[in-house]
Design a protein around this ligand. Structure first.
Ligand code: F6R
Length: 358
């Protein structure tokens, strides 16, 4: 069942190029946008737990930048115990791999009568969350066995990217030419992912050293900030190393006090419009003898790699969808660190695949 892989997690990480390629083809030869009409919608509210909530955080950037649509993200367990202000012009989007997460389901039931439509982005189309939603958007990742979510995360991101593009089209923010370009960027992802997966042995080397750390920080800016949160969650979940993700700009508001040679800092920084800002935060870390792993593209590593502990060079990924690609090194770092430590990768202690109690 593991198809020659040592762990389900390794298999599921490796499957991502095929999962994405197939999900993009699912409606025919060319990718199709979801059948959801955003006309008159004033806001989307994304609700989920854990890794699925980080997919929601990335999608917030896309709804805002691609569609000019206000977007909010909430953790399901917080959303349902507040008095969230919802309007009948809003869509609420519930993201869940299993479709059975108790808090997410309860949040959906709470929102159902208060918003225009409830959408479910799920991997299991027969799940409770899918059954109770007005619109079901299947992510088509296939069965995910590893407790740490990997391929479901990137497949959630793909579905949310297509949804944000549909919102942009419906709101007159995306021309046919721009849409064609964005879809081409999505279609390039499986190839870029294959290239990134080939960095596995190099990532395993870096992870060997990471496995000796007690604390690790992840930094990212813009849509890479949720990836920093996801990288930290993955690492703590399966390797039991304490890790935190921060927005790069928050560093000097507290976490910089933690910087020391024995605390590796992983910086997720593609060479985009925010690169220089993130690099200046990274240099603040290095000036305090912090040990930096820079994850960027060739240009970024060339410009800023000097003085770092290590670098990982990903292929160029122009456009807004780089977070989908940068999920892979985050997953592989956690995986190889856990393997180096000898922890139970597929069944980490205290965790269940589907959390059906609050
Ligand atoms: C982390 C992880 C969890 C889940 C969360 C939500 O690797 O798997 O954080 O993402 O429990 O689960 P679903 O998506 O099934 O609602």
């Amino acid at each position: 069942e593991k198809a020659g892989y040592r762990h389900f997690m390794a298999k599921e990480i490796a499957e991502q190029p095929v999962v994405l390629a197939e999900a993009l083809r699912s409606g025919g030869l060319a990718p199709t946008l979801p059948d959801v009409d955003f006309t008159g919608v004033d806001r989307v509210v994304l609700v989920a737990c854990g890794t699925a909530s980080y997919a929601g955080h990335v999608a917030k950037y896309w709804f805002e930048s691609l569609a000019g649509l206000a977007a909010e993200v909430d953790i399901a367990s917080e959303f349902r115990y507040r008095d969230p202000v919802l309007s009948e012009k809003s869509f609420a989007i519930f993201v869940s791999q299993s479709g059975e997460t108790a808090d997410t389901l309860a949040a959906l039931r709470y929102a159902k009568e208060k918003v225009a439509k409830v959408l479910a982005v799920v991997n299991v189309p027969t799940s409770s969350i899918a059954r109770e939603a007005d619109v079901v958007l299947p992510i088509r990742a296939g069965v995910e066995v590893g407790v740490a979510s990997t391929k479901a995360f990137t497949a959630q991101l793909l579905t949310l990217a297509l949804l944000a593009l549909k919102a942009g089209v419906d709101r007159g923010r995306i021309s046919p030419e721009a849409l064609a370009q964005r879809l081409a960027e999505l279609q390039a992802l499986p190839g870029l992912m294959n290239h990134t997966l080939s960095l596995g042995p190099r990532i395993a080397e870096v992870a060997e050293e990471l496995s000796r750390a007690q604390d690790v920080l992840f930094l990212g800016r813009g849509a890479m900030f949720p990836l920093a949160l996801e990288g930290a969650l993955k690492l703590k979940e399966i390797s039991y190393i304490h890790a935190e993700g921060y927005a790069s700009g928050e560093l000097k508001h507290g976490p910089i006090a933690l910087i020391a040679p024995e605390v590796p800092v992983i910086v997720l920084a593609p060479r985009d419009g925010l690169f220089d800002k993130t690099v200046s935060n990274m240099q603040e870390v290095m000036a305090r003898h912090g040990k930096v792993l820079l994850i960027s593209d060739a240009k970024g590593v060339h410009e800023a790699g000097k003085g770092t502990w290590a670098t990982l060079t990903l292929p160029d990924c122009p456009g807004p969808f780089a977070p989908i690609l940068y999920a892979l090194p985050a997953q592989l770092l956690a995986y190889h660190t856990a393997v180096a430590k000898g922890t139970d990768v597929d069944q980490p202690r205290n965790l269940a695949k589907s959390v059906t109690v609050e």
